[in-house]
Design a protein around this ligand. Structure first.
Ligand code: NAD
Ligand code: ZN
Length: 402
């Protein structure tokens, strides 16, 4: 037998900007970014979320004007192309096919740029197309939702749904750059402004107690969508996500622990069984409530901590329960989550605010009891979790995650 070993290291780096009104003709940011790709006029194909286009009907013209002014660096190779906004663009296979077709028809090469402007769903679908066409084009993301700016847009992956499974198809593909333009949030509907805050609560709970306290203290201003705390929340949330991906030692998620997916095992399933009726952010809020309650019942967090978590979610206007949770097959959902991640089963729980622990077993009977407690909580102003935590300790924590 003869064995050769291949080995190389790849360095990844990309900038994430926070700015305003970046597509006005005199703004230098996008042009300067293209210049980083080489001193020439770069082919750029621009895909825009249909929800964004509906709110900014002149955006296409504005981008054309931008390209005219910066023609030394930017060659817009076609009209601005709309992509149906929201989860359906990830669920309907023809959307990715059409993105690939446009990339082919406009003769983009690996050095060309795809500019994706939109919510997390459009960024995922366009990002996937850009990652697989010619095995990877340069992608500049311009997220236009809270969730896009504080989470989905600043990470290293993309994904679309297939066979009824959330994010079943996708790649790890760091973008060339990310430009978060706060002005886009002015037209975002309240439910989407709110939904993005769930990811901030999530990342604060697992990584940063001070950030949780900030969110808690600002919760009424955040609920009123005041600009200053909203922007602070977005930047800090994005920074925590980026820091974890960059320094956590597993940017492409080859290991088992996935703390950034706290609350997500049930959230993904809720999105699936409601066919996207419950948005990603809302589902994450419910998933956080459920896994926090479960952590409480395992005596990993105290009652006052649980109260603060529930109070923050509720005061932000986020849901803690949805009737679809009651029909969720917990064992099956955990099994599918494990299958998606690979490796040893690992679910993140809380051991305090800003502190987490990975567990490899879940007591599905206790989890079902938590679902029932959440159901009873709906409408009750002052939630008191069942004090009967003894049961949790005496019932054996059983079962593989299936
Ligand atoms: N790749 C990742 O790392 C990652 C991380 C987290 C979430 N996600 C994905 O992100 C998606 C959720 O993203 P989202 O919360 O941004 O929702 P979304 O993309 O579904 O957008 C919500 C709605 O807002 C509209 N919209 C977007 N920007 C607007 C604006 N500025 N003004 C008016 N309307 C606007 C869209 O058309 C859509 O109808 C999910 O599919 C989730 O799986 C991906
Ligand atoms: Zn998420």
């Amino acid at each position: 037998m003869r064995t050769l070993e291949q080995q190389f290291t790849i360095h990844h780096a990309f900038p994430v900007y926070f700015s305003r009104n970046v597509l006005r003709a005199e703004d230098p940011l996008l042009a300067a970014l293209l210049l980083r790709g080489g001193r020439k006029s770069h082919k750029v194909l621009c895909f825009v979320d249909s929800g964004v286009l509906a709110s900014y009907p002149t955006l296409g013209r504005q981008i054309e004007r931008y390209a005219e002014v910066h023609r030394n660096f930017m060659e817009l190779c076609g009209p601005v192309l709309p992509v149906a906004g929201g989860e359906k663009c990830k669920s309907e296979p023809h959307v990715v096919e059409s993105i690939l077709k446009q990339i082919q028809e406009y003769h983009l090469c690996r050095h060309s740029f795809v500019l994706a402007i939109g919510g997390g769903a459009v960024l995922d679908a366009v990002g996937y197309g850009a990652a697989v066409a010619h095995r990877g084009l340069r992608l500049i993301r311009m997220p236009t939702t809270v969730l896009g700016q504080n989470d989905a847009g600043v990470g290293v992956k993309n994904g679309v749904n297939a066979f009824g499974r959330k994010n079943f198809v996708g790649t790890f593909a760091p973008p060339f750059a990310v430009i978060n333009d706060f002005d886009f949030l002015d037209t975002l509907p309240p439910q989407d402004l709110r939904a993005g805050m769930a990811e901030a609560v999530k990342v604060a709970l697992i990584l940063d107690r001070q950030f949780f306290n900030y969110l808690f203290n600002q919760r009424f201003d955040l609920a009123a969508f005041r600009r200053q705390p909203m922007e602070e929340m977005i930047v800090r949330c994005a920074a925590l996500h980026m820091n974890h991906i960059g320094t956590g030692g597993d940017p492409f998620e080859t290991g088992s622990a996935r703390p950034l997916d706290f609350g997500h095992w049930s959230a993904h399933k809720l999105e699936e069984i409601t066919c996207g009726l419950v948005s990603h952010g809302e589902a994450v809020a419910i998933g956080i409530a459920l896994d926090s309650l479960y952590s409480y019942h395992l005596q990993m967090i105290g009652e006052s901590e649980l109260h603060r978590i529930f109070m923050l979610l509720a005061d932000l206007g986020l849901p803690l329960y949805h009737p679809a949770l009651a029909v969720l097959d917990i064992g099956c959902a955990l099994g599918e989550f494990r299958e998606h991640l690979g490796g040893e089963p690992a679910i993140t729980l809380l051991t305090g605010i800003g502190r987490k622990k990975e567990v490899d077993r879940i007591d599905t009977t206790l989890m079902a009891r938590c679902v029932e407690e959440l159901r009873q909580h709906v409408g009750a102003k002052n939630f008191s979790p069942s004090a009967d935590r003894e049961t949790a300790r005496t019932v054996p924590v059983y079962g593989e995650l299936n």
